[in-house]
Ligand binder design. Structure first.
Ligand SMILES: Nc1ncnc2c1ncn2[C@@H]1O[C@H](COP(=O)(O)OP(=O)(O)OP(=O)(O)O)[C@@H](O)[C@H]1O
Ligand SMILES: [Mg+2]
Length: 306
């Protein structure tokens, strides 16, 4: 497993990563969320040996990233932010180089390279130099080199950044497919990705861990969790009627929609349904809300700013 212990990184007086501790078991896709500058990439760089910690450490299946760095790095694949290095190499030359650097020899080099070319649909750009690739293809080459040696731990810094919708879908599918056997840590700013991809999510701001939960657990912290939203005519009249329900804590009318927030007791959805039927309202849409991740994100990271 991956065990992070009080990992810390300072840049001068800035605490970019502030005593971060967590453990991850295989079969987990852990999402790193947080505002720009939160310390996500810095944490990933430390885990993968590209940056030395100022304090604390981590262990990858028992191999300490500071004292047993090479063994730890063998267990990991890393997609850094931005483009892969060696822009002057062609894609196929670069992937062969990575395969050799990972210790493969003979036929195994071609076999490994062929496999990632297929998984990331790189056939059409094989002869092209990396620096001339479009942004999305650079990301895909970066991913290809990260998974080439089939490591048990993948550290992926914004893996779907810059990909078109089809490729986003493909890369998420690839990550989900690999997930049961691996520890995968992904950073992302795309909140839908948390639900689509992650089994666990951590919200980080100013280098500190502010939340560590399942996607469902994060949604349950939303004020919209179990709220009921209606689209219908005469919202104001409906709002005052629904505000009288003991199951309702608060009613909000915004942009042509009415949202009733649940009080701590009773079944709000059933209660609202009852009123709708009783009053004979013509309702265009009625929806039970799971919760809104963007609102949870803003409230958790905003609290930190305040
Ligand atoms: N080499 C460096 N020297 C000085 N400061 C740095 C260095 N690398 C990162 N930082 C600072 O550390 C903080 C964390 O940066 P980091 O790149 O880890 O953020 P992030 O969470 O990945 O943000 P983003 O969402 O924008 O990718 C930022 O304030 C950044 O400016
Ligand atoms: Mg980053």
């Amino acid at each position: 497993m991956l065990e992070v212990k009080s990992l810390t990184r300072r840049f001068g007086s800035l605490m970019a990563v502030d005593h971060l501790s967590f453990q991850v078991e295989p079969g987990t896709v852990l999402g790193f969320l947080g505002p720009n500058g939160a310390g996500k990439s810095t944490t990933m760089k430390m885990l993968t040996g590209f940056l030395a910690p100022s304090g604390g450490t981590a262990a990858v299946f028992g191999h300490d990233i500071c004292t047993d760095a090479l063994a730890a790095r063998r267990k990991m694949g890393y997609l850094p932010e931005g483009a892969p290095l060696y822009g002057e190499l062609s894609v196929s030359r670069f992937l062969r180089f990575v395969a050799e650097a990972r210790g493969f020899r003979g036929d195994e080099v071609g076999r490994r390279v062929g496999e990632v070319i297929e998984r990331l649909s790189l056939e059409e750009v094989l002869g092209q130099t990396i620096e001339t690739l479009s942004k999305g293809f650079k990301r895909r080459v970066g991913l290809a080199q990260a998974i080439l040696h089939d490591p048990p731990v993948l550290i992926l810094d914004e893996p779907t950044d810059g990909l078109d919708p089809n490729q986003k879908h493909e890369v998420r599918r690839l990550i989900r497919e690999m997930a049961p056997r691996k520890i995968i840590v992904v950073s992302t700013h795309i909140l839908e990705e948390v639900d689509a991809l992650c089994s666990r999510a951590m919200i980080i701001a100013r280098g500190r861990l502010l939340a560590d939960d399942s996607p469902a657990g994060l949604l349950a912290r939303s004020r919209y969790h179990n709220a009921v939203t209606l689209v219908m005519d005469d919202l104001e009249q409906a709002a005052s009627r629904l505000g009288e329900l003991p199951e309702s804590r608060e009613v909000e009318v915004r942009r042509g929609r009415l949202t009733v927030f649940p009080a701590s007791r009773g079944n709000l959805f059933e209660a609202v349904m009852g009123v709708v039927q009783q009053e004979g309202w013509q309702v265009e849409q009625m929806q039970l809300e799971a919760g809104r991740l963007d609102e949870v994100f803003r409230s958790i990271t905003g609290q930190e700013a305040a």
